[in-house]
Design a protein around this ligand. Structure first.
Ligand SMILES: [Zn+2]
Ligand SMILES: [Zn+2]
Length: 346
């Protein structure tokens, strides 16, 4: 099969012909019909993720058709249209059996712990536990765009952030994660403030539901601005970018008993940012992480999509071919354009 391969961290990936994957006994092989481009792929390529062994095929936001299933697989067969969360649970450990596959102790991640979906085919283990059936009307590009940023935002806003109608929600960073969060929180009846450095992204944020925006490049004190708009601070706030400044602001702009959810990855030199611990105690703040979403929780999100309350297709950006993926991957270190780039030609 054709795949995007990198042999060394930070060196240009190339298109190569590599052996086709074979299904594990409890796994499937999926013909990839669409795969999203994500900043995590860039981090992996740069060598920020110590789970990767070289040579490596990146890609973790995928949708496609099952072409082969192992003997132990009972729920899936060739021809099924599916997607999969980026954190694939083993289905057997304590976390999985208690319903928290997103933090499975033995999780595999396509494109990180093994070869991913920047290829014509990808193998996924523990298929019965992790595959998600696509609604018939959903396009592959939209389905691929859900797999990482949209589902992580869904879990961050709904399950971790526990956002309620009428609450103020601040979203720091309007890339794929941030825009997803804005759409999801707005659909739940929250008042969302979008914060970003570019007017273009803020304008898009308003279109998908933000009631207020703050341009951090022209606002000297973002925390003060959030407090003014919300009359005291946000109930829930998210760092969707993953930077010491946005993380700090997201905690500092909370009102008493507010919830901060960290979704943007903090890697390398940013892994241990400053947190205002004094304020966390005095205000009884909650600091939460959000790491993907369990396959069984997709149903609630799919129902909201089917009923038109969520429109993830609006967040799909540029569609490119696999041949264009190496250059696009290397460019992910800069700030993303609007929407989620997706490879749709293989
Ligand atoms: Zn597990
Ligand atoms: Zn991702």
């Amino acid at each position: 099969m054709k795949a995007v391969v990198f042999e060394k961290f930070g060196e240009a990936p190339t298109i190569q012909t590599v052996p086709d994957p074979k299904p594990a006994a409890d796994g499937v092989v999926i013909k990839v019909e669409a795969t999203g481009l994500c900043r995590s792929d860039w981090h992996g390529w740069m060598g920020h993720d110590d789970g990767i062994t070289l040579p490596h095929v990146p890609g973790h936001e995928l949708a496609g058709v099952v072409v082969a299933a192992g003997k132990q697989v009972s729920r899936w067969k060739a021809g099924d249209r599916v997607t999969v969360p980026f954190a694939v649970g083993c289905g057997r450990c304590f976390e999985c059996t208690s319903g928290n596959h997103q933090v499975c102790e033995h999780q595999t991640q396509p494109g990180f712990t093994g070869w991913g979906s920047f290829a014509e085919y990808v193998g996924i283990e523990h298929a019965d536990t992790n595959l998600v059936r696509l609604p018939e009307e959903m396009e592959y590009a939209t389905a691929a765009s859900l797999g990482c940023r949209f589902v992580t935002s869904f879990r961050a806003i709904v399950d971790q952030g526990r956002v309620k109608p009428g609450e103020w929600v601040a979203v720091h960073g309007c890339g794929g994660v941030g825009l997803s969060a804005i759409m999801i929180a707005s659909s739940m009846g929250a008042n969302v403030i979008a914060i970003d450095l570019t007017e273009e992204k803020l304008e898009f944020a308003r279109k998908i539901g933000a009631v207020a925006t703050i341009n951090a490049s022209t606002t000297p004190n973002v925390v003060k601005a959030v407090k003014q708009i919300t009359n005291g601070g946000a109930h829930m706030s998210m760092d969707a970018l993953g930077h010491p400044t946005t993380s700090f602001n997201s905690i500092a702009n909370l009102r008493r008993r507010g919830r901060h959810v960290q979704v943007g990855l903090m890697l390398g030199e940013h892994a241990r940012p400053q947190v205002p611990m004094d304020k966390i105690i005095a205000f009884e703040l909650e600091i939460l992480g959000s790491h993907g979403m369990q396959a069984y929780r997709y149903q609630a999100m799919m129902d909201m999509i089917r009923n038109g309350k969520l429109k993830p297709e609006l967040l799909v950006g540029k569609k490119i071919s696999l041949d264009e993926a190496p250059a696009a991957l290397m460019a992910m270190g800069g700030f993303e354009g609007i929407g989620i780039g997706v490879v749709t030609k293989f």
